[in-house]
Write a protein that binds this ligand. Sequence first.
Ligand SMILES: *Cc1c(COP(=O)(O)O)cnc(C)c1O
Length: 366
Amino acid sequence: MEVQFVDFSEQYRIIKDEIEPGLKKVFETGNFILGQEEKDFESQFAQYCDSKYAVGVNSGTDALYLALAALGIKEGDEVILPTYTFIATALCISYGGAKPVFVDIEPTTYNMDPKALRKAITPRTKAIIPVHIYGQSANMDEILAIAKEHQLKVIEDAAQAHGARFNGKRIGSLGDVSCFSFYPTKALGAFGDGGMIVTSDEKIYKNSLMLRDYGREGRYEHKIKGYNSRLDTVQAVILSAKLKRLDQWNEMRAKMAEYYQEELKGVQGITSPMAKSDRTHVYQTYAIRVKNRDKVADALKEKKIGVLIHYPIPLHLQEAYKELGHKRGDFPVSEQVSSEILSLPMFPHITKEQIRYVCNSLKALV
Ligand SMILES: *Cc1c(COP(=O)(O)O)cnc(C)c1O
């Protein structure tokens, strides 16, 4: 048997007939940039996130960067983020000359530890970026309370958590602004790059609109030095069709996660993901922890099982951030998790048979 890490062929089969006329229309009318379908998708996505506004951009990285710019984060400001995340969460801070300040994570959910966050706040801190890692919300109650107490902005990195909820509320509606990625392997993925800024704050919305489109207000009236970062109309057609099915696909992934959990229950040496009862986990990534991770990963690949490591090196130990002067031992939980974490195959249409094959192979290795 072969189990790919992600296999979207079934998703494509399901939306194929629906997207073809939509794509044909875009090809024929030529409204490739900010066409009506793009604007429609923005409204649909804002509504889906229980928020007022959404602004389509080039990528999740751009969504984060433009959101920080829209909030007025500038050189010399400090922005706090977990060290255990994808590097884009930090890059967006660096692009504008602000300083990323890393904090450690909780050992159970792998999300930002609110206690560590509190300790990292200085008079220069302007914002916090919680990351909803793997598809489960960070502890937003505590993070929002700390933000309020210190008058800090909260930018949710929701690149992995489309459709997840915290205390019943949709991810995308909790912070001042939320940033999504539509990179193909995300829970809601385009057929290329894409991203979205979501907010209910009119000022952030208006700033974001200008920032993604050369800083313009009228066609050739430019108020600020903006960028060129827009979501293609073609991608919006595809995303719109997928959005209608997102809740269903998220549920399918959660069911399959349950099945993994059952199959791996009580297996010595394996730590399954922990889903907290006050939030929904959409399992964009199904990550377990295992000793001898590298050996196990290699052995699974030999059995034609697609596995990946999210993430092998926490950001404070990345060469790109050596100027911050961190060393091994600074964030022990993140370092420990990085050495043991292993992402198993996960997609809405994975079968129980495939999961059994993965789990039996795993059990023979630990
Ligand atoms: C994917 C991802 C990003 C970046 O999104 P792109 O669309 O690839 O630029 C940012 N943060 C996290 C947590 C991600 O997983």
